[in-house]
Design a protein around this ligand. Structure first.
Ligand code: KIV
Length: 265
């Protein structure tokens, strides 16, 4: 069996200058495929709110949703690191609640680490408490989708000197609080490169250019459902599914399916 990817592997990759590849997944068959690929880690993202559940954003995703989907993912993997998102209002109220919810993702769903959005100034106590309990925490700064209404939409962050300085400080604060890695979402590539050079833990970029220590993409975005600038389609699975569905409907309606070989004799 291939060697298991852990948070220690993440640190080793950064030190060796080797990139980390991460994808989201929300179900067992997708997780199994990812586990057998060259991808290093799965994020069970609260992006399931938009991607899977049909919500306009991530805000409606609950702890029960996260536990349910993280369980499906961990059942399908033997090798990759599984990071599960703490959804909106599962860690913002107080650090004790944050720890209890992080614990659910580990105890009930088998996650190896959790991710939360925001700065150490706001959530440092929660991060430290989860970290002290032995659960690795991934940070997430830049465009943090749980704050979409505060941002006034999904906008690039770090465009002026003040917000660039703030994001660099936030990254350093999250490292000091004990995060093992940080997602940098939607910011100018030169800023993400600067942040990556300024901290010792790996940065995982999405819409943040090639200077990060790794990349994460939403699975459905890279399989043809993506509409954002940074979501490259690596395979038109959406197109293939549409073709297969049309072909099935045509064969059923034309009487070509099921043929004799699809029937019990
Ligand atoms: O929920 C998610 O999929 C994420 C990625 C966009 C980083 O947080």
């Amino acid at each position: 069996m291939a060697k298991r990817v852990t948070t220690v592997t993440f640190q080793e990759r950064k030190r060796a200058g080797e990139k980390i590849a991460m994808l989201t997944a929300y179900d067992c068959p997708s997780a199994r495929l990812i586990d057998q690929s060259g991808v290093d880690a799965i994020l069970v993202g609260d992006s399931m709110g938009n991607t899977l559940m049909g919500h306009p954003d991530t805000l409606a995703v609950t702890m029960d949703d996260m536990v349910h989907h993280t369980r499906m993912v961990t059942r399908g993997v033997e090798r990759v690191l599984v990071v599960a998102d703490l959804p909106f209002l599962s860690y913002q109220v107080n650090p004790e609640e944050a720890l209890r919810n992080a614990g659910r993702l580990v105890k009930e769903a088998g996650a190896h680490a959790v991710k939360l959005e925001g700065s150490a100034e706001n959530f440092g106590d929660a991060i430290r408490m989860i970290h002290r309990a032995g659960v690795p925490v991934m940070g997430h700064i830049g465009l943090t989708p749980q704050s979409v209404h505060q941002f006034g939409g999904y906008r690039i962050q770090g465009r002026d000197a003040a917000s660039r300085a703030r994001l660099l400080e936030e990254a350093q604060g999250l490292e000091a609080a004990g995060c093992f890695a940080i997602v940098l979402e939607c910011m100018p590539p030169d800023l993400a490169t600067e942040i990556s050079a300024a901290i010792a833990i790996p940065t995982i970029g999405i819409g943040a250019g090639a200077g990060c220590d790794g990349q994460v993409l939403v699975l459905h975005d890279m399989l043809g459902w993506g509409q954002t600038r940074f979501a490259k389609t690596f395979g038109d699975v959406k197109g293939l599914m549409a073709e297969a569905m049309d072909a099935y409907a045509a064969e059923v309606k034309g009487g070509a399916f099921p043929a004799e070989e699809h029937s019990y004799t």
